[in-house]
Design a protein around this ligand. Structure first.
Ligand code: MG
Length: 482
């Protein structure tokens, strides 16, 4: 009897130790999956409070993982934000921040510099297979082959070189009466597999589906080795398109249809990981490249209670959803209120892979592994908000200081603030009440953080030169229109 009880006790102790180790110790080289939405706002998901967009798969991902309340993209528009995600560096360091009105267009000659180290390249040195699906927006390889994702660490690629609104079939300004934005045939976006054009125009109603199939296939094909998969969705960037299964189904209208299809796609990826037995060996992160494109009216998303959206350094332009998932390692149902950013995915994923960032290269990302796995306080206490190369604002702890602000997307003239505007973004996330007169010590403190940050900066030359298409010579179209 006693011996039986002792054996039971030993068994229970062994199980407890196994459970502890299972939770605390990370498997060597987990897979890494980053899923990025385009222009999805802070308030656009069920788990971030949207009342009518249904996102059961992302809500479940958050319930099984960790949802960040204060997660920032690293720029207010697409290209610099993606450069920051892949390099862990503010875009001023790589030259990807310049000239925001010509942020890599479909005729741009610039691209992510070869000297930058991408997360894909860093993980390859740790033995990872690397694949990308979706929108690249860091170089147009039909103009300059050095801009292709396969020149920047990805083994395989399926997707578009840039945004889905950059190849209209005819020149007509946005909002022009009669412009057929909702006719998929009017857009001429090219879809590539690796270097090969597979369709032009890409059927945008099928893009989310196609990306999803590709992501699922990539996971199945690489189940035996560590992999890094970067799924950068084309939507909900306008023009909006959903497949037949989703079109007309959301109470939020077309924008809701599109987000609900993205949610389905996330569900397919997570379900594939579960089915293949990879869930407990895969770190997945979901986010958005910048805030909602509010000037698109009902076709733009929502920043929830945050001020402004895409193109702006108010909170709505850069605070975005951030959800981490790694069953058995990241505690389920956790809400993390630490500051964190897309910049942090580079050093975090590299730490999980057992690597370290090269020491000579200034890095703006912080390793979040302790806060993700053990709920430790986050290592980040500042966030800097740039438009182009100009530092508009900075956050330090609860305080956010604006030196410059911008009214709405695309307005040419920003406003300078002297003294700067100060908001307590914990108490006032909507940035409504300027406290600079009441808290001069906080103003001084954030200014000191800005000076410290500036002392580390050597800005790189612009990589975003743009050339206009030749006036008389129409572009050759290498495949028949469908
Ligand atoms: Mg975007």
């Amino acid at each position: 009897m006693l011996r039986g009880m002792r054996n039971l006790f030993l068994l229970a102790a062994a199980l407890a130790v196994a459970a502890f180790h299972g939770h605390a110790a990370s498997p060597a080289r987990p897979n890494v999956v980053v899923i990025l939405a385009d222009d999805l706002g802070y308030g656009d998901l069920g788990c971030y409070g949207h009342p009518t967009i249904r996102t059961p798969h992302l809500d479940r991902m958050a319930a099984e993982g960790m949802r960040f309340t204060d997660f920032y993209s690293a720029a207010e528009v697409c290209t610099p934000s993606r450069a920051a995600l892949l390099t862990g560096r503010y875009p001023v360091r790589s030259g990807m921040a310049h000239d925001r009105f010509r942020v890599l267009r479909n005729r741009s000659t610039g691209h992510l510099p070869a000297g930058e180290l991408t997360l894909a390249e860093a993980l390859k040195t740790r033995g990872y297979a690397t694949g990308m699906v979706g929108k690249w927006h860091l170089g147009v390889w039909s103009i300059n082959p050095a801009g292709h994702p396969r020149r920047h660490g990805f083994d395989t690629f399926l997707g578009l070189p840039h945004s889905n609104d950059m190849d209209p079939a005819a020149a007509a300004p946005r909002g022009a009466p009669g412009r057929p934005d909702q006719d998929p045939a009017w857009w001429n976006a090219p879809l590539y597999r690796n270097e090969d054009l597979v369709a032009r125009p890409a059927d945008q109603t099928q893009l989310t589906r196609r990306y999803t199939d590709e992501a699922v296939r990539f996971i199945r094909d690489h189940r035996q080795q560590p992999f890094f998969l970067y799924v950068a969705h084309t939507f909900p960037h306008v023009p909006l398109f959903a497949s037949g299964a989703f079109r007309g189904t959301s109470r939020r209208g077309l924008y809701g249809d599109v987000v609900e299809e993205l949610d389905w796609s996330v569900g397919q990826v997570l379900e594939t990981l579960r089915r293949e037995g990879l869930a407990e060996n895969t770190f997945v992160f979901f986010s958005s490249d910048n805030g909602p494109w509010l000037i698109m009216n009902q076709q733009g998303g929502s920043a929830g209670l945050l001020r402004e959206g895409k193109g702006s350094t108010w909170e709505g332009g850069m605070r975005v959803p951030g959800i981490a998932w790694w069953p058995g390692h990241i505690p389920g149902g956790a809400v993390n209120t630490n500051l964190a950013s897309l910049l942090d995915l580079f050093p975090t994923a590299l730490t999980f892979a057992g690597g370290t960032p090269p020491p000579q290269r200034p890095l703006d990302g912080f390793d979040l592994s302790d806060t993700l796995l053990r709920g430790a306080p986050g290592p980040r206490d500042t966030m800097f908000f740039y438009r182009g190369t100009r530092l508009f604002a900075a956050r330090h702890g609860r305080w956010k200081l604006h030196l410059w602000t911008q009214k709405g997307y695309g307005q040419p003239q920003p406003d300078a603030h002297e003294p700067p505007l100060l908001f307590d973004v914990n108490a006032d996330p909507g940035e409504s009440f300027n406290l600079s007169a009441r808290h001069p010590e906080a103003v001084a403190d954030v200014l000191k953080q800005i000076e410290k940050h500036r002392a580390t900066l050597t800005t790189a030359p612009s990589q975003l030169e743009s050339v206009e298409p030749p006036a008389a010579k129409p572009q050759a179209d290498p495949s028949p229109r469908r």
